[in-house]
Design a protein. Structure first.
Lengths: 380, 398
């Protein structure tokens, strides 16, 4: 057992931290958020130029060959800065799906572009009725020529408004909840029959509803063997969950830091409010949640790229449960300890609080992962 | 970064398992697993076995009879002991007074006391709390007045765990009544057989006799039983408390209790199905298991950081708070899992020599009492609120 970072990992962490610190003062974030893309294209390109978007990819595709730990280090810094760029969905989730399922031609074409941030991916896996259930797919994919035609509606596609390619789950066979029969397709957002309704999300990012009306997908845009990709979809969402826990960790650290600073500076009744024991204990409770979340983010990172088995599934469910729960508690407590100022748009903390709570609404909330862990509960 | 045990650590775990399989007396393990009372002899028998193997005092320097184990090995050892149903180590001698003697004691004190702790010749108890000094320990009033080569001790200690078995007690006593709170306190080793000492049981809400009051009426204590300097006993006290806290997260015990809970929840039924198949109950088990997974990692992280030069100081307070909350949550589920059979209060079935048929099941008589008994976890060793004060001051600097 060893929790130390290697020198290389330390350097990666420092690089990511410095980049985020320089590019992401809160006022800048507001400008990026209000732009058409909803994020900083410049910062996104910078992540590409400096190789941060290449971290998880194999060297043969222009990657850095990093493991879950390297991804964790980057994601934590991105979370600390409350960054808006589509790293999680494009690099970790979307890129992971292409790397696992793609043909040689697809990988050679797409991965270097994703690794350099030249191409942004988004993954469309939710539907109106699905509520975090990856297998609840009603969007249909019908064989047409040597390709497919897609029809249906995908819900809350984060980053889907600006993605260069959409990875869409659709059913080629089986019934509503069947894991068999689900396929993944690379959809060009400008293809005929595709329409999007874009919107901002409450945590400052952007997403869209994706409407597919008989959209033609050529044979070379089919990802993996249609009908048999569910395990890969679940595995890659697991990697995204681990990365998301790391992002939450960075945001939690920042929310705790801001709150602790506030307790030391804000005076009421003639003393800093941090002198009051009732507030001290609540701050300690936040710190304790943070410790628990840190442990699970690390554990998740070390399992993220590991063998696909129940141990991994348990760890990832537990990590998401612990981090989502800690994130929500820290968000609520941070606002409460700040009082009125914690409620304002102009103060950074409120945006951390929103992101931390919304992390539960992507890839499953606390309840979803309690159920997942329950199903996998080991009985002696 | 690697959260898995190394090959050496796994080999060590196998060694511990092999030792426990062959050496842990089955009758003792059975009692521990069913939550039955353990006798002094049970504890001593197990201690002898550990001592013979050289594993009774893992935290001591190896030349004094300790081991070279690092934090991970200690964690593995604790976890396996709990899993096999070994009795918990009574910490007062080996893990509390011994580190103080090793750090602050004279050579004569080391030579005399340490071997007697290893051999089990001395059973130590702790004289810290008083009726008027709980969380505010430094307000203690037990007086020790110098009289030639002796101190004359008068006063009362309380919550003295297993004092009924002990022949030695280490006490915080006030040697300078004029000095400010922490300053006039000294650390004394007192023979429980000295004239003037009396022990009175305190029966706790579960009907158990675990803690006691200890009265001192003009007890004469030789001056050579002072540890460290006179009036500097608080330094020893603080040193001891940090040692006490690190083990208080109770990960091994919680894991064993969780396994016990799952086994029972497969046997107990409600609505025609095992309790563990009930979605609500199962979700509660799942939640506590996930929290336990996290606190285990937190413990290992903090111990690992300490190994690399840091000191697990106030961080261990975080572990104590969260660890005891989790353990209490498990005992809460253990109480709930037997439903109405939590009600019968069958003290006789917990006795060592009970031979009759159980009223319900062999595991059920201890569960409700255990739940109530385990409320102590968030009170002793510095209450969880005191731990939060420590974190607030030492880590958050509020």
């Amino acid at each position: 057992m060893d929790f130390r970072l290697t020198e290389e990992q330390q350097m990666l962490q420092d690089t990511a931290a410095r980049l985020v610190r320089d590019a992401y003062p809160f006022e800048q974030r507001e400008k990026y958020r209000e732009s058409e893309q909803g994020f900083s294209v410049e910062f996104w390109n910078q992540l590409g130029e400096l190789g941060l978007t290449a971290v998880p990819f194999a060297e043969e595709f222009g990657g850095f060959g990093g493991s879950g730990v390297e991804t964790m280090l980057v994601m934590t810094e991105l979370g600390r800065g409350l960054t808006l760029e589509p790293y999680l969905h494009s690099v970790v989730f979307g890129g992971g799906l292409v790397a696992q399922l793609g043909s040689d031609a697809q990988k050679q074409d797409l991965l270097p572009q994703v690794a350099s941030a030249a191409l942004q991916l988004a993954v469309a896996f939710e539907e109106l009725q699905s509520h975090y259930q990856l297998n609840d797919v009603q969007t249909r994919a019908e064989a047409a020529g040597d390709g497919y035609r897609l029809s249906g509606r995908k819900a809350v596609v984060i980053g889907g408004h600006s993605a260069g390619k959409l990875i869409v789950s659709a059913r080629v066979g089986g019934r509503r909840f069947d894991e068999q029969g689900i396929g993944l397709f690379l959809v060009d957002p400008n293809a005929e029959g595709v329409s999007r309704r874009a919107y901002p999300t409450i945590d400052g990012r952007m997403g869209c509803e994706l409407f597919l009306d008989g959209v033609k997908v050529a044979a070379d845009a089919v990802l993996g063997e249609p009908g048999s990709v569910f395990a890969a979809l679940q595995y890659q969402q697991g990697r995204a969950i681990a990365a998301q826990c790391a992002e939450a960790l960075g945001s939690m650290q920042e929310a705790c830091k801001l709150t602790l600073d506030y307790l030391k500076t804000r005076k009421q009744f003639g003393v800093p409010i941090g002198k009051f024991q009732v507030l001290q204990h609540r701050m300690v409770d936040m710190q304790t949640e943070l410790e628990q979340a840190t442990s699970m983010a690390i554990l998740a990172a070390t399992f993220a790229d590991g063998e696909d088995n129940d141990d991994r599934r348990r760890v990832l469910a537990a990590a998401k449960y612990v981090c989502a729960r800690a994130g929500r508690k820290i968000a609520e407590e941070a606002i409460q300890l700040h009082g009125g100022i914690g409620m304002t748009w102009e103060y950074n903390l409120a945006h951390h609080a929103k992101r931390l709570v919304m992390i539960g609404h992507e890839f499953g909330d606390e309840d979803h992962h309690v159920k997942a862990f329950s199903r996998l509960l080991q009985v002696a | 970064m690697n959260v898995n045990y190394t090959a050496e650590e796994l080999a060590f775990r196998d060694e511990v398992r092999a030792f426990l399989s062959s050496e842990l007396p089955q009758d003792i393990a059975a009692k521990v697993k069913l939550g039955k009372h353990l006798s002094k002899e049970d504890h001593q028998r197990w201690q002898q076995i550990l001592s013979k193997k050289g594993w009774y005092a893992p935290g001591w320097p190896v030349e004094l009879g300790g081991t070279t184990w690092g934090p991970v090995e200690k964690h593995i050892f604790d976890e396996e002991c709990a899993a096999f149903g070994a009795p918990r180590t009574i910490p007062f001698g080996v893990n509390m007074v011994a580190p103080v003697i090793i750090k602050f004691g004279t050579q004569a004190q080391k030579d005399h006391y340490l071997p007697r702790i290893l051999s089990g010749e001395d059973w130590w108890c702790q004289g810290y709390s008083e009726p008027g000094a709980g969380s505010d320990l430094a307000s203690l009033k037990t007086r020790a007045v110098r009289d030639g080569d002796h101190y004359i001790v008068n006063g009362q200690k309380t919550w003295t765990t297993l004092g009924q078995h002990a022949n030695m007690i280490f006490c915080l006593v006030r040697t300078d009544p004029e000095a400010q709170q922490q300053r006039g306190i000294s650390f004394l080793l007192i023979d429980m057989t000295s004239p003037g000492i009396s022990v009175r049981p305190i029966i706790t809400l579960d009907g158990d006799h675990e803690v006691n009051e200890v009265f001192f009426d003009n007890v004469r204590v030789p001056v050579e039983n002072l540890v460290g300097e006179e009036n500097k006993g608080w330094t020893c006290a603080k040193y001891l408390l940090t040692h006490e806290r690190t083990g208080l997260a109770g990960i091994g015990a919680s894991k064993a209790a969780l396994a016990h809970l799952k086994r029972i929840a497969m046997k107990e039924t409600a609505g025609g199905q095992p309790m563990l198949e009930d979605p609500l109950f199962r979700a509660q088990v799942a939640e506590v298991e996930m929290q336990l997974m996290a606190i285990e990692m937190s413990t290992l992280r903090i111990l690992a950081a300490a190994k690399e030069g840091g000191v697990p100081g106030a961080e261990s307070s975080i572990l104590k708070v969260k660890g005891t909350e989790i353990r209490q949550a498990i005992t809460n589920l253990l109480r709930k899992v037997i439903g109405p059979y939590a009600l019968p209060f069958l003290e006789e079935e917990l006795e060592l020599d009970y031979q009759g048929e159980p009223l319900h099941a062999d595991y059920s008589p201890s569960l409700a009492g255990h739940y109530f008994n385990m409320r102590k976890l968030s009170i002793f060793g510095g209450s969880n609120e005191i731990q939060k004060n420590i974190v607030s001051k030492m880590i958050l600097e509020l």
